[in-house]
Design a protein around this ligand. Structure first.
Ligand SMILES: [Zn+2]
Length: 504
């Protein structure tokens, strides 16, 4: 054991203790290593240019073996720090980012300070994972214990990718840390639990919904990440065509009626509804929302979170909202007959109601409302418009390839009567897109406005096929819109068929 004191803050050049082969040195807590600029890496003691005497002394004491001192300039020290403490050695971005977690440890009562120091690598690892997911724009983070360790995956552009899969991490402590942050009971591991972690990153407010589920190797934890600050994407960046933007502006100015957005989870419905709300605000109206969860902060609206456990359902929230003198109401989702009826009543009594609905395509919303028990007259007199939407992965501009469409590819265009382009593009894969061939997404929208023709067809009980024929030309459909994005090189035919192939 070496206990010699260092003469100055700077480590001495050329000082080399005899290296000891084998022997595993314990690691220093992350915050200590970062602040004192010292790292233990097996038999090596890595010192940064500002390494402190305290740091060097403590590192030697902890190691309990002779160490080889290696002095590194700042950039190499930082790289080593990242390499040793980060979940994924390939990710070199995180340490200098500001990322302030709200103080979640205060909810756990008294914690031994020493514990905090010992937990520092775990805390840091969890923070790194969260930071990385937020930075990547991931929508979900999956933390999955398995037989030999822990796997972490994030959902990005709709697809899961592995961020980390390691067997040398303290699985139970990582899971506990996440549960502590989410305000969950860490002693309860046999029942599912839900919580949330409010985060701030670079001034952005990010809400994280946390759910745990017992599993054979420990609890699986899924975090849904809601970046409220990125909620209101400008309409022209959503992938809307100019005439579609005009239509949204027209719809947002309506005095009453129901406007629905349809699409699967993660198709961007909420973003569209918020954009409509924002447009409505231009008309100086009282806007109230009933949501689950509140996905974005709207300073100009009164937002309410539903809570079914205490009877605050969408329908109950909507009824309460109507007593608040609203002009425009956002109801997160119409998923039962009661909410559908209440929304229709609200529209009949002079309110503009925005909501979402699970339906395939735009005309399908009418069928769905019929299934929920609304009669044709009520639908005809309240429904103003339906926006069906999907998100297609955008081809990576750095590596996409092009070729003249094959006869089979041309047939897809011919079938919808859309002119085939001279070139179609396909994914390749490069470093910029992590080898996937895609980067970011583009929205496609199938929008119908319920005009007089459509209204009377709904009122007389016309079938979905008949309504579709009246409301949409082939190029207006999701498939038509998808092919238009293929034609302009934004996405591939394969991606369009994957997402909307079953909608025609
Ligand atoms: Zn690429």
């Amino acid at each position: 054991m070496s206990h010699k004191a260092e003469p100055s803050r700077r480590s001495r050049p050329g000082l080399t203790s005899e290296p000891l082969p084998g022997g595993e040195a314990p690691r220093l807590p992350f915050a200590f290593a970062r602040d004192q600029q010292v790292l233990l890496d097996g038999p090596r003691l890595i010192a940064g240019p500002a390494a402190t005497a305290l740091g060097l002394r403590e590192a030697r004491r902890r190691a309990g073996q002779p160490l080889q001192l290696i002095e590194e300039p700042q950039d190499l020290f930082d790289l080593a720090l990242t390499r040793l403490y980060q979940s994924d050695p390939a990710d070199q971005t995180a340490p200098e980012l500001t990322f302030d977690l709200e103080d979640s440890t205060s909810t756990t009562g008294h914690r031994d300070l020493l514990d905090e120091v010992e937990d520092a690598p775990v805390i840091e690892m969890v923070n790194q994972l969260l930071r990385r997911a937020v930075q990547a724009g991931a929508s979900d983070l999956h933390v999955e214990p398995h037989e030999t360790g822990l796997r972490v995956r994030m959902r990005r552009d709709g697809f899961l990718q592995t961020v980390m899969d390691r067997h040398d991490v303290p699985v139970r402590r990582i899971l506990s840390r996440l549960k502590v942050m989410a305000g969950l009971d860490i002693a309860e591991t046999r029942l599912p639990q839900d919580g949330r972690i409010p985060l701030r990153m670079g001034g952005r407010q990010i809400d994280t919904r946390v759910s745990t589920m017992p599993g054979s190797y420990g609890e699986r934890i899924v975090l849904r990440i809601l970046d409220r600050s990125t909620g209101l994407v400008p309409l022209d960046q959503l992938g809307l065509k100019p005439e579609q933007i005009d239509m949204l502006e027209r719809l947002s100015a309506l005095p009453n009626g129901i406007i629905l957005a349809t699409g699967p989870t993660g198709s961007g419905k909420t973003t569209t509804l918020y954009s409509l709300l924002k447009l409505s605000d231009l008309h100086k109206r009282n806007i109230v929302t009933v949501e689950d969860p509140i996905e974005y902060d709207l300073p100009q609206a009164s937002q309410t979170q539903i809570n079914a456990e205490i009877g605050m359902t969408f329908a109950a929230g909507l009824r309460a909202t109507l007593r608040q003198d609203p002009d425009v109401i956002l109801v997160g989702e119409v998923r039962d007959a009661e909410t559908a009826t209440t929304a229709a009543q609200a529209a009949l009594t002079g309110h503009l109601v925005f909501s979402s609905l699970h339906a395939n395509g735009s005309v399908g919303a009418i069928t769905r409302l019929r299934d929920l028990g609304l009669d044709d007259f009520l639908i005809a007199s309240t429904l103003r418009a339906v926006i069906a939407q999907r998100l297609l992965r955008r081809l990576c501009p750095d590596c996409k390839t092009s070729h003249p469409p094959t006869p089979a590819e041309q047939a897809h265009f011919a079938r919808l009567g859309v002119p085939a382009p001279e070139q179609v593009h396909a994914p390749e894969g490069c470093d910029a897109c992590s080898g996937t061939g895609y980067r970011g997404r583009v929205g496609i929208f199938e929008m119908i406005e319920v005009d007089e023709t459509l209204r009377s067809a709904v009122d007389r009980g016309a079938s979905e096929a008949e309504l579709k024929g009246l409301a949409l030309s082939q190029s207006d459909t999701l498939m038509g819109q998808g092919l238009a994005q293929v034609a302009n090189g934004a996405t591939s035919l394969a991606e369009t068929l994957r997402v909307v192939g079953d909608s025609v």
